[in-house]
Design a binder for this molecule. Structure first.
Ligand SMILES: C[S@@+](CC[C@H](N)C(=O)[O-])C[C@H]1O[C@@H](n2cnc3c(N)ncnc32)[C@H](O)[C@@H]1O
Length: 203
């Protein structure tokens, strides 16, 4: 399909999408917020939480949601892309996989963290199989970081794609966390291979 036809389809789909409309009414930066909201309603991921890292945060709706859920302590949002600063959140613009940024995150909190949420994904306009592999690698990198910085009862929530790395990610998660769930929110488009992994309590 030609590029301008793809963008026309994308614009038409956005206009029809109830989650897009709802996010505009409620003042959220993106429809992605409703995926996190569903995950939270089902798994209570923000219960008792005081510190959150949002990986792949732009344009910022997950961080906005986190800010409505935690009043005290800290939220840190990082993305490769520049995005408007989210109220009550510390922002880093840069590649999460850079060691320097991981050190910066650890320094910012100065202690173990309650929750890491990751919606990191590469641009899915390209080759879907390659995108899914790279997004799987981002998830694994996020999980390794979570294993290093989470409190014993901490949680790691991440986007993953059904695809070649899915089994590896679930296998590793089950080895490292006591409770692992896979959940596709209604707000996640049916034709997308995207789903989410919710990991709690380090082993
Ligand atoms: C689906 S969007 C996130 C939407 C966001 N959760 C929200 O609610 O607004 C995925 C984001 O992951 C970011 N990303 C991909 N690779 C990254 C990396 N290595 N480090 C930081 N961010 C990354 C992309 O720039 C993109 O903005």
């Amino acid at each position: 399909m030609k590029k301008n036809k793809i963008s026309k389809n994308w614009i038409n789909r956005q206009k029809r999408d109830i989650y897009v409309r709802q996010s505009k009414i409620e003042g959220f930066k993106s429809r992605a917020v409703y995926k996190l909201k569903e995950i939270d309603e089902k798994f209570k991921i923000f219960k008792g939480i005081n510190s959150v890292v949002d990986l792949g945060a732009a344009p910022g709706s997950w961080s906005q949601y986190a800010a409505t859920k935690i009043k005290s302590e800290k939220i840190l949002s990082i993305d490769l892309l520049k995005f408007e600063k989210i109220k009550n959140s510390h922002q880093i613009i840069g590649d999460f996989t850079d060691e320097a940024h991981k050190i910066e995150i650890k320094k910012y909190f100065g202690k173990k963290i309650d929750l890491i949420i990751s919606d990191m994904a590469v641009n899915t306009i390209g080759n879907k199989d390659v995108d899914s592999i790279v997004t799987g690698e981002l998830c694994l990198e996020g999980m390794d970081f979570a294993l290093e910085v989470l409190k014993g009862n901490g949680k790691f929530v991440s986007k993953i794609f059904m695809g070649s790395s899915f089994n590896e990610i679930v296998y590793k998660a089950k080895k490292k966390f006591r409770d692992v769930r896979v959940f596709k929110p209604l707000a996640s488009r049916k034709n997308s291979k995207e789903t989410f992994i919710i990991c709690s309590f380090l082993r």
